[in-house]
Design a protein around this ligand. Structure first.
Ligand code: FES
Length: 185
């Protein structure tokens, strides 16, 4: 091999090495920046991170302005949300004409019937065996053993986005009650 040919090969190797090194640095930098970039990106309409946009019975996204116009000042409106307790039927909680920061899973903790909201009584009343829940989903009367499960609710772009509730149960005020959400997976 001539000297110039050997030099060319050596140049080629050096270039390749510098590309590889450069690529590795770029990849590392990108990986480090990823959480920062994620932080500034607006959440997608599907909510991301296990979130879901509340839908009506026809499977259409519920519009918050229309919902508030059609609902009582204090209301509980059933929607398709996220499955946290064996079913995705989820109540949107409206207090003083505003969407609360939590939603209520509609699956009865007794044997799994979907629990209707009774506007007059301001209670959820299970038609199957008579369990009742207060307006925040806490247990009012058995045989159901536990409160209705919670989900987080946030208003984004005129839609309600549900995501899993993993914090302590804010309805649990007694010393004996279990603040850790039983529905947490
Ligand atoms: S399923 Fe609701 S009370 Fe039995």
């Amino acid at each position: 091999m001539s000297e110039s040919a050997a030099q060319e090969i050596s140049m080629g190797r050096r270039q390749l090495l510098s590309y590889v090194t450069g690529g590795a640095i770029a990849a590392t930098t990108l990986a480090a920046l990823y959480p920062v970039v994620q932080y500034f990106l607006p959440p997608s309409s599907s909510g991301g991170g296990g979130g879901a946009t509340a839908k009506d019975r026809a499977g259409k996204d519920i519009a918050v302005d229309k919902l508030l116009a059609d609902s009582a000042p204090i209301d509980r409106v059933i929607s398709l949300g996220i499955d946290v307790n064996g079913g995705d039927a989820t109540y949107i909680v409206i207090n003083d004409k505003q969407i609360a920061n939590y939603g209520i899973n509609a699956v009865c903790t007794h044997l799994g019937c979907v629990v209707p909201w009774d506007t007059g009584a301001q209670l959820f009343k299970c038609p199957c065996h008579g369990s009742q829940y207060n307006a925040d989903g806490s247990l009012h009367r058995g045989p159901a053993p536990m409160p209705l499960a919670l989900v987080k609710a946030a208003v984004q772009d005129n839609h309600v986005v549900f995501s899993p509730w993993t914090e302590q149960d804010f309805r649990c005020s007694d010393l004996w009650c279990n603040k850790d959400p039983y529905w947490k997976k």
